[in-house]
Ligand binder design. Structure first.
Ligand SMILES: *[C@@H]1O[C@H](CO)[C@@H](O)[C@H](O)[C@H]1NC(C)=O
Ligand SMILES: *[C@@H]1O[C@H](CO)[C@@H](O)[C@H](O)[C@H]1NC(C)=O
Ligand SMILES: *[C@@H]1O[C@H](CO)[C@@H](O)[C@H](O)[C@H]1NC(C)=O
Length: 369
């Protein structure tokens, strides 16, 4: 068994696993702690605690103990993913998006609601959100979405245990652990989804994995997977759609949303070329049972092959929040792919904002209905 965990990398003590078998407690078995190679030099990192299940134990739960003594008040973790995934299994969801660690009072309500509705149209059945701290309006929206079933909220109060970093690398940012434990939550999300979702998308909320030659992710993967039968990791190019005020982008404006915090991604219709000298990270769409350990831009340990999807077929529409240089229109390219979803997205978003009590008055909702 594998326990996804966080350890201080330079002080890992010897540990043992104690199992709850159906009818008895087991003897302990020794634990091995594997530190994930991507820790970005922070003192704490994601780890896998690996233990053998003892013979003659039909294990249901496990706990970790520092020596071979029985603990007085153990925390029992239930064992998951005991079934082998069959080749033609029917899953509860085709696609799950993992949104790692919402933190710092993030409150971009409009972007979040629009993105969730576009995901839904693309075939996504579940969006797992790890919540450290979202802004008050965004929290209301997420509670509505979780009642309705698209969003699964996982509370992630990591600041009660560690001093999480706001940044990606220890050389530039202080703290115990990279980005509020983003790598840990991504691994947790993959294992959480293994028995119930055919694919898992590892991207941020300001990113949409968008097919350009298919009308949904379902038809994209129904085409690609048979061409790449042994592939479990699909790599996707990120393209930046900066804020650009222009006549054309103004046409994405929706008056009913003017009081709602955040920005309207329907106005993000220009993209910029990549600077060829810079590193441009990718994001991933994976079959969860192919992945053993993941990082943010690549998997660390996986079975099977990887395939980079051609950019013209599918890329990430990244509606960036902060962008240092605003380029002139002549240097940008127009792409109105998001508008293909406009007529279906606008009424759905308005309805969800209304349910969350985020429209300033009922009249505004009525006016556009
Ligand atoms: C497991 O149980 C069987 C039958 O009860 C017994 O013969 C065997 O010795 C046990 N094995 C271990 C490792 O305890
Ligand atoms: C998943 O996709 C298949 C087509 O590949 C479709 O037949 C099925 O209904 C989808 N399942 C869900 C839960 O959307
Ligand atoms: C997210 O966490 C914060 C801080 O614990 C909490 O106040 C807020 O209600 C949570 N939001 C959601 C949607 O769970």
């Amino acid at each position: 068994i594998r326990i996804i965990s966080i350890f201080k990398r330079d002080s890992i003590q010897p540990l043992h696993c104690l199992f709850c078998c159906v009818d008895h407690l087991s003897d302990t078995t020794p634990a091995t702690v594997l530190v994930h190679s991507d820790h970005f030099d922070f003192p704490y990192g994601t780890t896998d605690v690996m233990c053998q299940i003892p013979h003659n134990c039909s294990a249901t739960h496990v706990t970790l103990v520092p020596d071979t003594m029985r603990p007085t008040n153990p925390t029992w973790l239930p064992l998951r993913n005991k079934k082998i995934i069959e080749k033609n299994k029917r899953f509860e969801f085709n696609f799950t998006v993992c949104i790692s660690t919402l933190f710092g009072g993030y409150n971009n309500v409009l972007q979040f609601a629009q993105t969730l509705e576009i995901y839904r149209l693309l075939g996504v059945g579940r969006v797992v959100v790890y919540n450290n701290s979202g802004g008050p309006e965004l929290s209301r929206l997420l509670h509505s979405y979780s009642q309705e079933g698209l969003v699964e909220l996982v509370q992630w109060p990591i600041h009660n245990y560690l001093n999480p970093s706001h940044g990606w690398h220890a050389s530039e940012f202080s703290g115990d652990l990279q980005y509020y434990g983003q790598v840990t939550t991504l691994n947790e999300c993959i294992y959480r989804s293994m028995e119930r979702s055919r694919y898992v998308l590892l991207n941020d909320i300001d990113e949409i994995i968008m097919p350009y030659q298919h009308d949904s992710l379902t038809s994209l993967m129904d085409t690609l997977q048979p061409q790449h039968p042994n592939t479990g990791v699909f790599i996707i190019q990120v393209i930046i759609y900066p804020k650009k005020t222009a006549e054309e982008s103004n046409k994405g404006y929706v008056d009913a949303w003017k009081q709602v915090p955040g920005f309207n991604i329907l106005q993000r219709i220009y993209w910029e070329d990549r600077n060829k000298d810079q590193y441009h990270p990718h994001k991933m769409l994976v079959q969860p049972s192919f992945v053993e350990q993941t990082s943010i831009h690549q998997v660390l340990k996986a079975f099977g092959e990887s395939y980079k999807i051609p950019e013209k077929m599918c890329h990430i529409v990244h509606s960036v929040t902060n962008h240092p240089i605003e380029r002139p229109l002549e240097e940008l390219h127009l792409d109105k792919r998001l508008w293909d979803f406009k007529d279906r997205v606008i009424p759905r978003v308005t309805e969800m904002l209304r349910r969350a009590g985020l429209l300033s008055s009922e009249e505004e909702a009525d006016r556009i209905n």
